[in-house]
Design a protein around this ligand. Structure first.
Ligand code: MN3
Length: 233
């Protein structure tokens, strides 16, 4: 009798567990907020710790949470990697485009920055491509700064590698990016992208976006950019 009661409770427990697992299953495919690869204060004085914490924990965190909230209505999302999603973004509603783009864009943003003095330099191969495409690194920086400064409202400036192997500078509005299959976007694989939304710089620079852009170059993680370039070549 006791045994039967026990086994029945065990069965009840098991089925409750299975039910729980079943409803929790979509969670296996959830997108996750990557931790910052350095301390929030590591990029000071160029980017202050408060901006970094709010930007990563709250802004990027919200893109991830909002993207996950779209999985139930768009089950195809659960089978896509974040990168693959970008190339098929036209199939999905605007909420997926904004939050999926926001998640990918910010994930690369943290990775292409490093504390001052730790980012290294462009590799010989990348520098050769830069010289071919822009004349010099200084010319690339001038053009990139123009694209970043000239982006009206919120968006990103990018250095991309196009399908034909050449480099180009481009800019996208909101949380769009050059991987997206959308009309009006110059497509290519980003080597790095700079966030020029006000939330990225306003606490320290207020309306002085050009000062933020100019200072940002000292944070660029060339080691990571070199790695990305080499992986594509
Ligand atoms: Mn941002």
């Amino acid at each position: 009798m006791v045994f039967r009661f026990l086994s029945r409770s065990l069965l009840a427990c098991l089925s409750a567990l299975l039910l729980l697992l079943g409803t929790a299953l979509p969670a296996w495919a959830d997108f996750a907020l990557p931790p910052l690869p350095y301390a929030a204060e590591a990029l000071e004085p160029v980017i202050d710790a408060t901006t970094m914490s709010i930007h990563h924990d709250r802004h990027h965190g919200a893109y991830v949470a909002n993207l996950n909230a779209q999985i139930r209505a768009n089950p195809a999302l659960a089978r896509l990697s974040l990168e693959a999603l970008q190339g098929q973004i036209s199939r999905f509603p605007m909420a997926v485009r904004n939050n999926g783009g926001g998640h990918w864009n910010h994930s690369q943003f943290w990775a292409v920055m490093a504390p001052e003095g730790q980012g290294g330099e462009p590799s010989a191969a990348l520098l050769a491509a830069i010289n071919r495409g822009f004349g010099s690194l200084e010319d690339l920086q001038t053009q990139f700064n123009q694209a970043a400064t000239g982006r009206f409202g919120s968006g990103w400036a990018w250095l991309i590698r196009k399908r034909d192997g050449s480099l180009a500078i481009t800019s996208t509005p909101n949380q769009d990016n050059p991987l997206m299959d959308l009309p009006g976007i110059e497509r290519g694989t980003p080597l790095f992208g700079l966030d020029v939304w006000e939330h990225a710089y306003y606490l320290k620079y207020q309306n002085r976006r050009p000062d933020y852009i100019k200072a940002w170059w000292s944070l660029l993680n060339w080691n990571e950019v070199n790695r990305r370039y080499a992986a594509l070549s």
